[in-house]
Design a protein around this ligand. Structure first.
Ligand code: NAD
Length: 359
């Protein structure tokens, strides 16, 4: 049965430049285009060499390099970065790195209103969203604000050549999770569905190539293209059970971000599958399979990714607590979320069982 079309779609204002070498060759032009003259370049300690190359290319338009981005944007790290941005008289920021560096750039944008340019080096997709996150006293707060959406995104596949294979795989599957949940989101629209399907196709095509040849620039480009599309899906829709579960597992139990997404996704999708037939149809087309949850689990497993929450360090006793926490919150999801249902899902993910779709 075809459902009548009924949707809203808002185009995100971000401009995208995509080409090998763009971090150095295109960022100065993007800064100039926005009329900026003194930008603060932000990165984490491991991304310093790349960020320095971008800062050098900016010449006089660079007001400083701030290398203190950390995972999950601790509030004191954000406070310090805002202070630095003010002290150097920055009129904008350029975040070079993964979701953590971009997250710090967003925190500065949230507090100061300074425009942000993102130069991503992972597949997290944060650069395509108006979502910010800040961690205080062990709890992560998130919110949406158009002020934090990067005005311009410079995608340079060469930056991702150094991503180690395990992070390539888990970061890539983190991207897939955005597309999967967008496909059954209440605010999905035809364009988002197209982006999601194409994003999944591009990313799942590239990952097996990158696992054997991480320096394959063409495959790096396909993966980053997939990450862009999946990130755009994340920015345009409201995420459901899968993202909520990963948020709880990361926030309350300290599990690592991309690895947790990788383990949980097949189980969350198996749980939602009976209530999301159109999403399953699109994903089946993209993956060329009639069992999408199993195909996702096999893909991750065959590329060496962790297969169970136990491997990630979760304790069996935490399962019921996590299930109650994830079931006790309000968010849209195609299938009713019950504490028992989530406990079953989490137990299967904890053990690494084959994901089972209820009929
Ligand atoms: P990350 O930015 O912390 O990077 C992971 C590790 O990889 C770091 O040690 C980093 O130094 C290193 N790294 C990054 N790029 C590299 C490269 N090209 N080569 C070698 N090493 C590299 O992690 P992430 O997975 O990119 O992002 C996760 C964070 O982003 C989480 O805090 C998550 O909540 C947030 N996030 C936010 C959104 C959003 O829309 N706001 C979306 C996705 C993720």
């Amino acid at each position: 049965m075809n459902t009548p079309l009924d949707f809203s779609y808002e185009t995100q204002p971000a401009r995208v430049v995509f080409r090998p070498g763009a971090a150095v060759s295109a960022t100065p032009g993007e800064v100039a285009r926005l009329g900026l003259h003194r930008v603060l370049v932000i990165c984490g300690s491991r991304g310093e060499a790349t960020a320095r190359a971008v800062a050098d290319a900016l010449g006089d338009a660079c007001a400083g390099l701030h290398t203190e981005a950390r995972m999950h944007v601790p509030v004191e790290v954000a406070d310090r970065a805002v202070e630095v941005a003010r002290a150097v008289g920055a009129d904008g920021c350029v975040a070079v790195g993964g979701g953590s560096a971009i997250g710090l750039g967003k925190a500065i944008a949230l507090r100061t209103g300074l425009p942000l340019i993102a130069v991503p080096s992972t597949y997290s997709g944060s650069e395509m969203t108006p979502v910010w996150g800040l961690t205080e006293h062990g709890a992560k707060r998130t919110g949406r604000d158009p002020a934090v959406q990067p005005r311009s995104v410079v995608y340079d596949p060469e930056l991702t050549l150094s991503l180690p294979v395990p992070l390539t795989v888990t970061s890539g599957i983190n991207a897939l999770a955005h597309a999967v949940e967008a496909l059954y989101a209440p605010d999905v629209s035809p364009l988002v569905s197209l982006m999601a399907e194409e994003g999944v196709r591009a990313m799942t095509g590239a990952l097996p190539l990158l696992a054997v040849a991480p320096d394959d620039l063409e495959a790096r480009g396909r993966a980053l293209y997939g990450a862009w599309l999946c990130g755009a899906c994340l920015g345009a829709t409201t995420m459901g059970l899968h993202h909520k579960l990963c948020h709880v597992l990361g926030g309350t139990f300290g599990l690592p971000h991309a690895e947790t997404h990788t383990v949980v996704l097949p189980y969350a999708l198996a749980y939602n599958a009976p209530a999301a037939p159109q999403a399953i149809t699109a994903l089946s087309r993209a993956l060329g399979t009639d069992n999408v949850p199993r195909a996702l689990r096999d893909l991750a497993g065959s590329l060496g990714a962790p297969r169970s929450l136990a491997e990630l360090g979760l304790k069996e006793a935490d399962l019921a607590v996590a299930a109650a926490e994830a079931a006790g919150q309000a968010y849209p999801n195609p299938r009713e979320v019950t504490a028992n249902g989530v406990l079953g899902l989490l137990t299967a993910a904890y053990e690494g069982w084959e994901p089972r779709v209820d009929s």
